[in-house]
Design a protein around this ligand. Structure first.
Ligand code: FAD
Length: 468
């Protein structure tokens, strides 16, 4: 077996792993990045990028109905050419993939294609490549895969995961989505836009249960208005495979038993960390009860074994299972390994977005979290339709700001069209501990949707113009 040395070995070439590798290489470290599939990982090949491409297509389809119903544009949807839609999506993915491959090569990162296994606290074997010793450290970035429920075995056809749904040969006429987190909601949304009958079942009493209840309320209303049958507080009791799909028994929030028939059951009940074959024990590590590898020191994302760090979906909360959180973690770990002093990741200031129609975007604390943490809060909520551009869009939505009474902004919560593009300023507001009066000094362009954010802060600062 060939034996080589590197400063840093990264296991897993997803967003967490490749960002660590790129930054470490930029800081002059010799990096070996082990990847058993394709660099880019879940986000690029099975997650963020292909799903957002589909959601973009879905939005265009929704626009046809809006053009007809609101703007007098004689338009009809003839058909959806699924292979053409998929080809555009896949072209975006493959161009991005080539970009990541080139970027790594240009940075001087050596990519070792093969399954990697820890053989000790400073050594890794990569199948087909050999053994590598790490002078400075090892970074675990093996990510996650779809979780399922006991007794619910995805067969890729009738019972599917988010991976299967992307690569299915066509669109189903009907789909039962199990799970009302971001992934379930996004898949429910684009299937509905593309013409499927959609039932969305969530066991918690509301969709996106980690977000502010007002966000859940507006999201649910928006989805229902588009014809999604949203069942929060409901449980899947039983599933039977039938010839052309599934027959599911669901207990509703009121305790009634309902039968839902659908061509596909999409299981979107969360993600499970990937550690199979990783050899944690050989390095003196163990996973926690949910399979995550927890750092002993969150400020360096370093495990109890000195020199072994963790990034991305392999981390337990408060990490967020989000690609942009994993980028920040990668930067932190690379800089730590290079001997730089870098601030820990501020998870409270990481934006959280659901790219459905309507979209949700939030940063910081919900009103309830703020109160539970003992803050005396002041809250201002404003409908997006209070500003002209919100009326132009005509799709509802809201801005909610939670601030400390007489103090800094603790959280901003948005629902509506394009709010994923509007959250950036709020992340700076929360991250920089700004107060409503700091924000109110800055003028927002008129007419824009983000003007509603500006107006919400103006009112909180006692200078409201359009809010009664
Ligand atoms: P991964 O991307 O899972 O990468 C891990 C890599 O490690 C994989 O390539 C795997 O092949 C490799 N690997 C595993 N074990 C080994 C081994 N032993 N040896 C060698 N290689 C190994 N996040 C967002 O921020 N925004 C979004 O819009 C968004 N949308 C999403 C939509 C969907 C449908 C899904 C499923 C996820 C979405 N996410 C989104 C989450 C995001 O994809 C993940 O947070 C992110 O991919 C995590 O990156 P990672 O590097 O930790 O792991």
């Amino acid at each position: 077996m060939t034996l080589s040395e590197a400063d840093v070995i990264v296991i897993g070439g997803g967003t967490g792993g490749y960002s660590t590798a790129l930054r470490a290489a930029a800081l002059g470290l010799r990096v070996v990045l082990a990847e058993r599939d394709r660099v880019g990982g879940t986000c690029l090949h099975r997650g963020c990028v292909p799903s957002k491409a589909m959601l973009h297509a879905a939005e265009l389809v929704d626009g046809i109905a809006e053009a007809r119903e609101r703007w007098g544009v004689a338009s009809t949807l003839d058909s959806i050419d699924w292979p053409a839609l998929v080809a555009t999506r896949d072209d975006i993915v493959s161009r991005n993939h080539r970009g990541v491959v080139d970027h790594l090569a240009h940075a001087g990162v050596e990519v070792a294609y093969g399954s990697a296994r820890l053989t000790g606290p400073r050594s890794v074997v990569v199948e087909g490549y050999g053994e590598v010793r790490a002078r400075r450290g090892i970074v675990l970035a093996t990510g996650s895969r779809p979780r399922t429920l006991p007794g619910l075995v995805p067969d890729g056809r009738r019972v599917v995961t988010s991976d299967d749904a992307l690569f299915a040969p066509g669109l189903p006429g009907s789909v039962l989505v199990l799970g009302g987190g971001a992934i379930g909601v996004e898949y429910a949304s684009f299937h509905r836009s593309l013409g499927a009958e959609v039932t969305l079942v969530e066991a918690a009493d509301r969709l996106v249960p980690l977000e502010d209840p007002e966000v859940s309320r507006h999201l649910t209303r928006g989805l229902k208005r588009r014809g999604v049958d949203v069942r929060a507080g409901a449980r899947l009791v039983e599933t039977e495979l039938v010839t052309d799909g599934v027959r599911a028994t669901v207990r509703t929030a009121r305790g009634e038993i309902r039968t839902v028939e659908a061509e596909r059951l999409l299981v979107a009940v969360g993600r499970a960390p990937v550690t199979d074959g990783l050899g944690l024990a050989a390095a003196g590590l163990t996973a926690d009860e949910r399979g995550h590898v927890a750092p002993a020191d969150w400020s360096r994302l370093e495990t109890a074994v000195p020199g072994i760090h963790v990034v991305g979906d392999l981390l337990p909360p408060p990490s967020l299972g989000l690609a942009h959180a994993s980028f920040a973690e990668g930067l932190l770990v690379a800089e730590t390994l290079a001997g730089l002093a870098t601030a820990p990741v501020d998870y409270a200031a990481v934006p959280r977005v659901t790219y459905s129609s309507p979209q949700t975007a939030a940063v910081g604390l919900t009103e309830e979290e703020a109160r539970n943490r003992g803050h005396e809060v002041t809250v201002n909520t404003m409908p997006l339709t209070a500003v002209a551009k919100g009326m132009v869009h005509g799709r509802g939505g809201m801005v909610k700001v939670v601030a400390e009474r007489g103090g800094r902004v603790l959280g901003v919560h948005l629902v509506g069209p394009q709010v994923s593009e509007m959250i950036a300023e709020s992340q700076l507001i929360v991250g920089w501990d700004a107060e409503p009066s700091d924000v109110a000094r800055h003028i927002h362009a008129h007419p824009t949707l983000s003007e509603a954010v500006g107006e919400t802060f103006l009112s909180l600062a006692g200078r409201g113009l359009h809010q009664r």
